[in-house]
Design a protein around this ligand. Sequence first.
Ligand code: NDP
Length: 403
Amino acid sequence: MSKVLIIGAGGVGNVVVKKCAMNSDVFSEIMLASRTKEKCDQIASEVKNMVVKTAQVDADNVPELVSLINEFKPKLVINVALPYQDLTIMDACLECGVHYMDTANYEPKDEAKFEYKWQWAYQDRFKEKGLMALLGCGFDPGVTQVFTAYALKHHFDEIHYLDIVDCNAGDHGKSFATNFNPEINIREITQKGKYWEDGKWVEIDPMSIHKPIDYPEVGPKESYLLYHEELESLVKNIPTIKRARFWMTFSPQYINFLNVLQEVGMTRIDTINYEGKEIVPLQFLKAVLPEPGSLGENYTGQTSIGCQIKGIKDGKEKTYFVYNNCNHAETYKEVGAQAVSYTTGVPAMIGAKMMLTSQWMKPGVFNMEEFNPDPFMDELNKHGLPWHEKVNVELPHEYPVSV
Ligand code: NDP
């Protein structure tokens, strides 16, 4: 029985709160805090089986966070605000002696670049205080690393090739909207792509490599090679990996809109002066786009995310594919959220449960593949994200990479 403080009342926060409340044997008291308290109150009012406390907090402000944490006294803070707040929330957790978890790695606001170095630098401080920080506990990053760790534990002696394949074959009926925070999403896909090959990173122009990939129950969808943060920790923690890549689907319509927005300067992250006021074009664009949490109603279709792996078992080559498909309409029915928020929020709840029940608990800063994947894989099946596996099937990772 543990108290948990959830920060961020967006699409993902909504799911984390509701899934934690469904597991009140572990999460005995829940507080939801965010920049806009009304959004917390709305989510709290939809939870029927327990009283969820709410609070206003600016998570960029360490003293504000410290006083909120000291007042509520949680055992764990789940950060589902934005990556910009990771370090301030980690600082506040250290000051208050509380464990930490998030779903996306830190990014500085003025540079679209995600790297673990800033958060890994907290290793000694968390260790010395006997506290744990679990980084990137969503689906990707998150479950994709648990899938890879599970593959290594049960199917391979060595993993050589890893392709993470992420498809959203859903339709929300809007001309253009992003499924998670628009600012973070657009920063992610407009930066240079990158993959790991033969011991080094290969950088490519944004969205310049793409292929149709065949997704289970969905069929072939054009998929774009992006840089994604879990690649960094996976190649560090599983050094036998010779090549690691991340692919994500985008519809032709999405790409057209994005190109236009980029060409007219709306995705810029530098400050401009507009009628005497300093604004960042991408932040202005975010303010006029639909919020991810509002996309659930009438969303049809499904997501399909998995890991395609090739390596060696008992001296022989082996292939393995592990994946989850998640239906937008079903997740909306369950928690009033589309599947992208759901596939992030459910693993966040499970990760928190792993920590609070001491199944995953050690002092320091960790990525998901550093723990025993088995109990997490069991929980995925129990809490709405069942996974499937295929052994020795033909995988598309032999695609030649033409730059
Ligand atoms: P939303 O934009 O819907 O929600 C973000 C929430 O954080 C909003 O409620 C926002 O408040 C709040 N917030 C922002 N800044 C602050 C601040 N300074 N202080 C307090 N609260 C703040 O985003 P999502 O829910 O879609 O995404 C949440 C996180 O999950 C992001 O970090 C995203 O990158 C990550 N994510 C991870 C995935 C994974 O698989 N690992 C997949 C999808 C998302 P307000 O409402 O007032 O703006």
